[in-house]
Design a protein around this ligand. Sequence first.
Ligand code: B12
Length: 233
Amino acid sequence: MHVDPAPATYVGTILTAVRSFNQMRVCAALDDADATLGLDVTIDEIIFPALRVVGTFWSSGTLDIAHEHLLSSAMARWVASRSAVLPAPSRRGTVLLAAGPEDLHTLALDCLDLLLVSRGVEVCNLGAQTPVASLLVAVRSLHPTAVVICSHTPTVASPAVRAVRAIADAGFPVYFAGSSFSSQFFRQNSPGVPLDGTLQESADLITHRHTTPPPEPAVLPRARFRQSVVASA
Ligand code: B12
């Protein structure tokens, strides 16, 4: 009997690969997980937990920063290669993604990008360290149906909070994600909607609230089609 490995087994495989600096093995484990468990599960139950474990081991000194860099770049490479094989967007509405003005943490944003594109959504991803003024330039040109600001560094949370406020003031729906936005004071006094759930939930919510499916192809009932062909003959 064939039993597919559980997500935790893949996380274990990835951590072993990270310890031995084997980037190819990280990507191979992600390919295998994607093929057996699907993209949403691979991101929420394998990529995110692996990042959390490596982040914790790095801060406690159990792993070196080099291990974290190896995992980050392997994951970035895998996400980019997975994005490259997705079909063109089919839904109406563009979603704008950006990291906070001083934030280098882009991986979660890139994972959300991948999940949105896999649902047929058009995404414009500005990536790391997007200044507030530049964010506004993009917003005014693109007219996105929603904007997501992501920040994971509490020490640089203030500029990220300013980015959220600026988007709301410009009149666009704005969401925020990441540990920089965990302050209750910010949440109670600021516009914007938190994305606290899984990435799959966030991608579903944004897709359904802020984009629309492609129009149905016009279908002519068969009998009427035949009549119109006969009449025109
Ligand atoms: C990878 C990484 C890096 C990489 C980033 C590479 C890249 N391209 O993204 C690099 C090396 C650049 C980096 C740098 C730094 N990092 Co760093 N990093 C991480 C790590 C390991 C993963 C970050 C990540 O992607 N998290 C995503 C998920 C795993 O985070 P989560 O909080 O569990 O997410 C939940 C929710 O917040 C939500 N969510 C989170 N993000 C998102 C995004 C979206 C779009 C959605 C919808 C939902 C969502 O979903 C989850 C719940 O299901 C984390 C560890 C961690 N636990 O996050 C540290 C971490 C965030 N980094 C940390 C630190 C301190 C730094 C540095 C300051 C280190 C330094 N001294 O230079 C710098 C900051 C640089 C800067 N100005 O931004 C600390 C932050 C400490 C804190 N909270 O107080 C952490 C927590 C590590 C730690 N344990 O100490 N980092």
